[in-house]
Ligand binder design. Structure first.
Ligand code: PLP
Length: 487
């Protein structure tokens, strides 16, 4: 071999592959140790000042080499994770990850596939994943879509299609004009903030989002929605989309999708479902009926990185008529021309279904997770989390000093510690303190939200590692810390 001859600068591959492999294998072990021992560490610990300082230094001109870089990764980064691989991580809506996800991520990096387009294996993997999802939601064969970084991006893309449909065939060229100043969308008062953000980015503005009231189960009041749409039409506005939520972030509420779908059909509105975590409950036979109507959606946004445990980040957008998605994003300049054969074949390219050209091989970790575990097991884990949420709610009902604050329709439990004779402001501060203390001590990581104005300890269960005993421990600690702080 005359490797490197004539090169002033050698490439980035190692000179010593044997040594490199040894270091890489050790890092794979570190990765698996991290997961195998997930429950044995504190759930979370703050990043120490020295580490923050080390992570604020300028870029090195001369590389440190593999061994020193691996050492820094081990000492400065690995220990300070979010904590969502831990069985007692209950905050926000975080997925748990899997060891298989590590394998898939590693191999995706090795392939370094760009799934923006062209004709290669990764494209077929993403198409297969999208096809699976279409089947999960019983969408017709016309449906298609693409993987995204998450539901926020999927909702943005889905609502871009809805906006273009409202503007008409010339939408991409003319954009929003004065004719469209009254475009109006609808979501419940419990909708996620990513919906308003999407409307802001689409030039429609968040003031054009009507927040429809919810019922006692925190699900959209469909009659109120109908009234609001009709009032807006009478006032000369242009309703164009309804965003139904399948699993609200505060309480796990599910909007009445079937009734909303019927309304959307009558009024010719686009129905987008934000099913970030909740939509994949269709994989449970027991829970699927709760999502009835989702099969009528014009678009569905949901995540693999939440309740399907695929490592971050991985979401999906499905559009009932993939032709509309293609029409919204397809553009093939000379440098992206297709071909009948060869690497430039494989129409349509994924870059024609969304705003991004270069796209990583997210589909591999999704494909790997579903292949390895199967939809039945994934669905059973979703059911188990719902059973755990009900168990937690029951325990809260049995224990002195605890108060359940919202119904528990799915996997989220909102409650608080409530000693006698504490006023509203005091209760809010005390419960916020309990959550912070649980986190700071590394015991458990719930988060907080507000229910009817009052601060709640919020426990979200999208965690395949949580045991029932973890929930008992959580309640014991909430009470113990509550007493300690209140004293
Ligand atoms: C998490 C979440 C989102 C945002 O999804 P990302 O994947 O974080 O972008 C939107 N809606 C709901 C209901 C969510 O729970």
């Amino acid at each position: 071999m005359t490797q490197g001859r004539g090169l002033l600068v050698p490439g980035l591959d190692p000179e010593d592959w044997i040594g490199y492999r040894a270091e890489a294998h050790a890092m794979l072990d570190a990765a698996l140790d991290l997961i195998e021992g997930a429950g044995e560490r504190p759930v979370w610990q703050p990043v120490p000042p020295a580490v923050k300082a080390a992570l604020a230094t300028p870029s090195p001109q001369a590389g440190l080499g593999l061994a020193a870089t691996c050492a820094q990764l081990r000492t400065q980064i690995l220990a300070y994770a979010t904590g969502n691989t831990h069985p007692r991580f209950f905050g926000w809506v975080h997925g748990t990850g899997t060891p298989g996800g590590v394998i898939a991520e590693m191999l995706a990096a090795a392939m370094n596939a760009n799934v923006g387009g062209r004709d290669h294996g990764a494209v077929y993997v993403e198409r297969q994943v999208v096809g699976w999802c279409r089947d999960w939601f019983s969408l017709p064969a016309t449906a298609g879509g693409l993987l995204t970084s998450g539901t926020s991006m999927a909702t943005l893309i889905g609502l871009a299609v809805a906006r273009n449909r409202a503007i008409g065939p010339d939408a991409r060229r003319i954009g929003l004009t004065s004719t469209h100043a009254t475009l109006t969308a609808y979501a419940s008062s419990e909708a996620h903030s990513s919906v308003a953000k999407a409307l802001e980015l689409l030039g429609i503005g968040s003031a054009a989002l009507r927040l429809v009231p919810v019922d006692a189960d925190f699900a959209m009041d469909a009659a109120a929605l109908a009234d609001r749409i009709d009032a807006d039409i009478a006032a000369g506005r242009l309703p164009f989309a309804v965003i139904a939520t399948a699993g609200t972030v505060n309480t796990g509420g599910i909007d009445p999708i079937e009734a909303i779908a019927a309304l959307c059909r009558q009024r010719e509105l686009w129905l987008h479902v934000d099913g970030a975590f909740g939509a994949v409950a269709v994989l449970s036979e027991a829970l699927k009926p709760r999502l009835a109507g989702i099969e009528q959606a014009d678009s569905i946004a949901f995540d693999f990185h939440k309740w399907l445990h695929v490592p971050y980040d991985a979401g999906c957008l499905l559009v009932r008529d993939v032709g509309l998605l293609h029409a919204a994003f397809s553009t093939r300049p000379h440098y992206l021309a297709g071909a009948e054969r060869g690497l430039a074949a494989g129409d349509p390219w994924f870059c024609e279904l969304g705003p991004e050209l270069s796209r990583g091989f997210r589909a591999l970790k999704v494909w790997f997770t579903v292949q390895e575990h199967g939809t039945r097991r994934l669905g059973q884990l979703i059911e188990q989390n719902c059973r755990q949420a009900r168990y937690l709610a029951d325990q809260i009902g049995c224990r002195d000093g605890l108060e359940l604050m919202a119904p528990v329709p799915l996997n989220i439990v909102c409650f608080r510690y409530r000693p006698e004779a504490a006023d509203a402001a005091k209760l809010d501060a005390l419960n916020a303190d309990i959550v912070t203390t649980l986190q700071m001590r590394g015991i458990a990581a719930p988060s907080t939200t507000r229910i009817a104005g009052s601060l709640a300890i919020r426990v979200n269960l999208t965690n395949h590692r949580t045991q029932f005993s973890d929930l008992d421990l959580l309640l014991d600690q909430v009470i113990a810390i509550g007493k300690e702080l209140h004293a």
